[in-house]
Unconditional design. Structure first.
Lengths: 250, 283
């Protein structure tokens, strides 16, 4: 598990640009419910960063809850789940952590009333709600060929990549690589990417330099994404399996 | 702002592309995914030819891919794809390059409904390549139609010598599913038997016996290695019989008749003519 090379300064955005990588591997599960306060906090932040948005969107789509309701349920679920009674029940022999989380969300939301009452009492670990884009949720839900399991997996992958992009931005700015980052953002983060020639003209670069900047950014993004996968899974085998699925093109 | 589906798809593709910076290779196209890695067609700018580049899949150990490259490099045989180069890319991923094989996978070859003898000859060539590997102490462990290419001139090339892989369920021998199971050449014989079953939807009794013998649950009850299986197929092509099947007297006679039909017809004509001459010349 690589350490983050960027000097970190925590902000309030969960999994935001300054989020630190957890420093230890093997199990986010053990760390998140363990006795070591520092490790537990880091593991929980890592977990929340990877899962908050997928869970929120999943609740909105599968359970047809409104924006505020889904946020409250996500908050309540994570508060209850990040404990020995929740995450502690995870058994790697029975499936992936991601599947366990999804099944647990289903169980939790089906007992909504109980969740709501617990939310009012408050839990031991509070997470900050993250604003989301409702239009995006509706667009994704419109695809009838995607099962709920696939949907949750895809949202998890989307979030892992989003975190990887955040890490890349922080790393590029701290390393003085603003130009490669700008080229990458202008090409890979837009729906209709311009040609390399157009990018070269826009940024006053040669096409070869554009190619090199993109190669650098993609190489670093790959590293950050894999680090995020590694941090958000329960074992090396699960991390390898999730990484393969992440890069598998349909 | 969440990443759109299109951006996500592009990022997945972009970061999966091998970083060929500072190499002699330029990206051409994706060829497919196999055991442990993704294979791309790339252009070798030094030798000015296209080759196949296999790069490690995310999450797999670099040592395994390089050990696969070393294993294949030891197997110089016309039925085994030759390795040209190996190393580590700028993105830290292990890779090796090999001959870019033109042709179709064995499963696609079957769909073209070739004749029985063509199927058996392709299978025999496959057995020959695997037998060579066995003679060098190498077991493939994941033989299946997807790992066999048939070229336009009938050449057969075995790929994906991913030593240490667990095999593919349909083709996997029972001992490969046992923890710590002793996996030897007999596991490849089992997979070859399953491949032959796929090649021959309605096998004759001798060929069915051959398949049954190759796919026996007990490794000791199978052909010892691919060479034995190769010999058995050659015997069938030459004589129509196999050691794995004991023929009845009637089947032996029928086979003798089929194998010598022109000669027997000539002999019969000769007898009839002689008999007619005998009757005609009788006073």
């Amino acid at each position: 598990m690589p350490e983050c090379a960027v000097p970190v300064e925590r902000d309030t955005s969960i999994g935001g640009p300054n989020a630190a990588f957890p420093s230890t591997r093997p199990s986010i599960v053990a760390a998140a419910i363990g006795d070591d306060e520092a490790r537990r906090r880091t593991a929980r932040e890592t977990f929340v960063a990877a899962y908050w948005k997928p869970i929120y969107r999943y609740i909105r789509i599968k359970w047809r809850r409104g924006n505020e309701d889904a946020k409250d349920l996500t908050q309540a679920f994570l508060t209850e789940f990040l404990s020995a009674a929740g995450l502690g029940r995870f058994d790697a022999a029975r499936g992936s952590l991601r599947t366990f989380v999804r099944v647990s969300v289903d169980g939790f939301v089906s007992h909504d009333a109980r969740a709501a009452s617990r939310l009012k009492r408050g839990g031991g670990f509070l997470v900050s709600p993250i604003e989301d884009d409702d239009g995006d949720v509706v667009d994704i839900a419109a695809d009838p060929d995607v099962s709920m399991e696939e949907y949750f997996h895809r949202e998890w992958q989307r979030q892992i990549f989003a975190l990887g992009v955040d890490d890349l931005r922080a790393f590029a700015r701290a390393s003085g690589k603003d130009m490669p980052l700008a080229v990458f953002e202008a090409h890979d983060l837009v729906d209709e990417p311009p040609s390399y020639g157009a990018l070269a003209s826009t940024f006053h670069l040669t096409p070869a330099t554009v190619t090199n900047h993109l190669a650098w950014a993609r190489r670093e993004l790959r590293r950050f994404v894999l680090a995020r996968v590694d941090a958000a899974t329960a074992s090396a085998a699960e991390a390898a399996s999730e990484a393969r699925a992440l890069f598998e093109r349909s | 702002m969440p990443l759109s589906d299109r951006v996500l798809a592009r990022l997945r593709e972009a970061v999966d592309q091998p970083d060929l910076t500072d190499t002699r290779y330029a990206m051409r196209r994706l060829l497919g995914r196999g055991g442990m890695g993704t294979v791309f067609a790339v252009f070798d700018a030094v030798l000015e030819r296209e080759v196949a580049l296999k790069v490690l899949t995310a999450g797999d150990a670099a040592g395994r891919l390089l050990s696969e490259a070393r294993v294949v490099a030891q197997l110089e045989h016309p039925g085994i794809v030759p390795v040209y180069d190996s190393g580590v890319l700028a993105d830290g991923r292990a890779f090796y390059t090999m001959k870019l094989v033109e042709g179709v996978h064995l499963d696609a070859f079957i769909h073209d409904t070739p004749s029985l003898s063509d199927r058996l000859r392709v299978f025999q060539t496959l057995c020959d390549a695997v037998a060579f590997a066995h003679s060098r102490g190498v077991v493939h462990r994941d033989l299946k139609p997807g790992n066999v290419m048939v070229g336009p001139f009938g050449e057969v090339l075995v790929m994906d010598w991913g030593v240490g892989v667990a095999g593919t369920p349909v083709y996997r021998a029972p001992e490969q599913s046992e923890p710590g199971g002793d996996v030897g050449p007999a596991a490849d014989v089992h997979a070859l038997g399953v491949i032959l079953r796929a090649l021959l939807p309605s096998p004759s009794r001798p060929l069915q016996a051959l398949i049954d013998h190759a796919t026996a649950a007990d490794p000791a009850a199978r052909y010892a290695d691919a060479r034995e299986l190769h010999r058995e197929v050659a015997r069938y092509l030459d004589t129509g019989s196999v050691e794995a099947y004991r023929e009845s007297a009637f089947e032996r006679v029928a086979r003798f008749y089929r194998a010598n039909q022109p000669l027997l017809v000539l002999f019969l004509v000769y007898i009839v003519v002689r008999f007619a001459l005998f009757l005609w010349s009788r006073p």
